[in-house]
Design a protein around this ligand. Structure first.
Ligand code: 13P
Ligand code: SF4
Length: 361
């Protein structure tokens, strides 16, 4: 690909050394120096190509610090990035996140080319449910509205009435006039929403190798119907983690993502979306925090708030978010890969569910 004169101008405006110095200033506590030098070169090439190809880069809060603090035009949680994807006028959206996020961008802005830098960036929640599962649920509970977490693939969203994210799940559930809602697929997010909204929740049980519901012969007072999906990262955080941290650091403020087990969320001082947790740290006068979510986010917070101390449990990592590297983001722009497509018949139906969520907030 030839680089336009405009890009040449940009190249002379920001040298690798400029970028290295900026990165060093921000990231010296969280990225080793030898890595910074090498990554500064990648960053410069990505920034050039981003301009040349008229692309926008969206970066989820879980991206590794050298990527997160350099190349994205917009950073945030899944709701914020969906909004950015919907309104961009650039030709290409490079999504530094996972596949369900890139698909949501394509659903919202189908005329753009959406690129995901790795074809291995999935999500255990998105894998936990199929469109066929949702159709069976709708047959079992006719007329009950389906609320689907954004961490699902397009075909599942297409079977749903409305989507939600970790930042608006309670609001979305409360937006229904009906008493009962189906809430898919995250068991723990559902339990946390049920607790907050005061609803009684039921889950499928397995009988003779097939899933069924525990209310066949009874008139149970249920108001939420859940599913057994789990985030493979957040399900690993435990009460022991919270207790150990509080014992060792009595002043620690505990933050937990709502995909964590309910007892962990209840024991935490604050629970919210990834961006809500970032803002909480920024605005808090406390100094030390335990972050029960993907470990990279702690590095990103430290880089932006060097006066804060983040206690992290880095043995628990998201293998999907970690697929996205600067190397692969450069390749995505060079080779136009991996292109995210959603069949139009599915996209139109999924769009309804996503748009309803965006209207609610
Ligand atoms: P947020 O919407 O809070 O960024 O969460 C996305 C996610 O995948 C958390 O594991
Ligand atoms: Fe999916 Fe969990 Fe990774 Fe988020 S942290 S992308 S929910 S596996």
């Amino acid at each position: 690909m030839s680089i336009s004169p405009f890009v040449e101008e940009k190249r002379t405006a920001k040298t690798v050394d400029d970028i290295y110095q900026e990165m060093k200033e921000k990231l010296h506590d969280v990225v080793p120096d030898f890595e910074l030098r090498y990554k500064a070169e990648l960053v410069q090439k990505i920034l050039e190509l981003k301009e040349a190809r008229n692309a926008v880069i969206l970066g989820h809060n879980y991206m590794e610090p050298a990527l997160f603090h350099t190349i994205p035009d917009f950073k945030g949680d899944s709701l914020e990035l969906a909004r950015r994807a919907a309104t961009t006028e650039k030709d290409i959206i490079v999504f530094c996140g996972v596949k369900f996020m890139a698909e949501t961008a394509k659903i919202l802005n189908p005329d753009k080319t959406v690129l995901l830098p790795s074809d291995k960036a999935g999500c255990s929640l998105a894998e936990s449910i199929t469109a066929q599962d949702v159709r069976r649920l709708k047959m079992r509970f006719p007329g009950v509205p389906v609320v689907t977490y954004i961490n699902t693939y397009a075909a599942v969203k297409a079977e749903s009435d409305i989507c939600c994210t970790s930042s608006n799940a309670v609001k979305v559930v409360e937006s229904f006039q009906t008493e009962t809602v189906i809430f898919l697929p995250d068991e723990f997010l559902a339990r946390n929403v049920a607790r907050e909204t005061g609803k009684h929740i039921i889950f499928p049980v397995v009988r003779n190798g097939r899933w069924d519901w525990p209310l066949e012969d009874t008139e149970l007072d249920y108001q939420m119907i859940g599913w057994r999906g789990r985030c493979e990262v957040h399900e690993k955080f435990s009460m022991e983690d919270v207790e150990n941290a509080r014992r060792q650091f009595p002043d620690v403020v505990v933050l937990a993502h709502p995909e964590c087990p309910p007892e962990v969320v209840e024991a935490a001082d604050f629970s919210g979306s990834t961006t809500a947790m970032v803002r909480y740290v920024e605005h808090s006068s406390a100094r030390r925090f335990l972050l029960l979510t993907e470990c990279s986010m702690g590095d990103n917070i430290i880089a932006a708030n060097p006066d804060k101390e983040m206690v992290r449990l880095c043995s628990v990592r998201c293998p999907h978010m970690n697929q996205i590297t600067l190397e692969d983001t450069l390749k995505a722009l060079q080779l136009n890969r991996y292109v995210i497509d959603v069949p139009e018949s599915i996209r139109i139906r999924a769009l309804r569910a996503v748009q309803r969520m965006l209207e609610i907030g």
